[in-house]
Design a protein around this ligand. Structure first.
Ligand code: KIV
Length: 295
């Protein structure tokens, strides 16, 4: 199998993404949470890298994304920043970091740019976040919107449910998307909505839509790194395509190590360091002298 790597010629920016939409070039986005995954994703030529608050679940073992803090997000964003050269780097604003006051929200968002090295922040919500998006854009902070199934609203939604199924809900989603575009968002994530609705929104907006569980008509697609690689526990969501089963690969490697150590098969002589010849000879003659004295 040949590996197709991406276009390494130029840095991806918000305007690259707009150009891609205008030229009908599909946009790729993956999450990454540390230096190694960021390098691998970036070097494969993925256009956008999201330090998603999904890290709370896949990296930190929380039950949902709600406990994730700004500190935790910053820690991971900085690690990812060190691994990314080409992709457009987005950091998720965690729950309650943009819900209290506009002033605090702008300050928190600025930390992701100033201290985290992100090039944009993502926040969940449509019409009701439009004013905040305007304020952030005024403060020179590019914003990615996120509507539909917004995991930070898990309690308000009564679970992780596909959104936009009724006429009223479809209308609201359209209002949300348009409000975000008017407020200056550079693109919008559409999560967990019927493909027909995602297609309508994508056709209506000038900015790109990035889908996750929103069908193929979006301008781009995003997946969680751990879902793509089979590194999550439990059954995946309907929209997840697993491109590898690294969970099994890792378990087998760990088991093999355990068995080798227990059988004294690891490390071998070739995996061990050796003394220089002179030191070995000197040690040998000391041992020989000791043996002679004892006799
Ligand atoms: O946190 C995340 O990973 C996300 C993506 C799934 C869009 O918000």
């Amino acid at each position: 199998m040949s590996i197709t790597t991406g276009d390494f010629r130029s840095k991806v920016t918000a305007s690259t993404l707009l150009d891609k939409k205008r030229n009908h070039e599909l946009i790729t986005c993956l999450t990454a949470y540390d230096y190694a995954s960021a390098r691998l994703v970036d070097e494969a030529g993925i256009d956008m890298i999201l330090v998603g608050d999904s890290l709370g679940m896949v990296m930190l073992g929380y039950e949902n994304t709600l406990p994730v803090t700004v500190q935790e997000m910053l820690h991971h964003t900085r690690a990812v920043r060190r691994g990314v050269k080409r992709a457009f780097l987005i950091a998720d604003m965690p729950f309650a970091s943009y819900h209290v006051s506009e002033r605090e929200s702008v300050r928190n968002a600025a930390r992701f740019i100033k201290n985290g090295g992100a090039e944009a922040v993502k926040l969940e919500g449509g019409e009701k976040r439009a004013h905040l998006v305007e304020r952030l854009v005024e403060a020179e902070i590019p914003v990615v919107g996120h509507i539909g199934l917004t995991p930070q609203s898990v309690h308000a939604m009564g679970g992780y449910k596909v959104q936009g199924k009724t006429l009223t809900a479809v209308e609201q989603l359209m209002h949300d998307a348009i409000a975000l575009e008017r407020a200056g968002a550079c693109c919008v994530v559409l999560e967990g909505i019927p493909r027909e609705v995602a297609a309508m929104i994508t056709g209506e907006l000038e900015i790109p839509t990035i889908g996750i569980g929103a069908g193929p008509e979006c301008d781009g697609q995003v997946l969680v790194f751990h879902d793509l690689l089979g590194l999550t526990f439990g059954p995946p969501a309907k929209f997840v395509r697993r491109y590898a089963d690294l969970g099994t690969t890792i378990s087998n490697a760990v088991l093999a190590f355990k068995n080798d150590v227990k059988a004294s098969d690891y490390p071998s002589d070739s995996e061990s360091y050796h003394l220089p010849k002179e030191t070995a000879t000197a040690l040998e003659s000391i041992a020989h002298r000791k043996r002679t004295v004892q006799l």
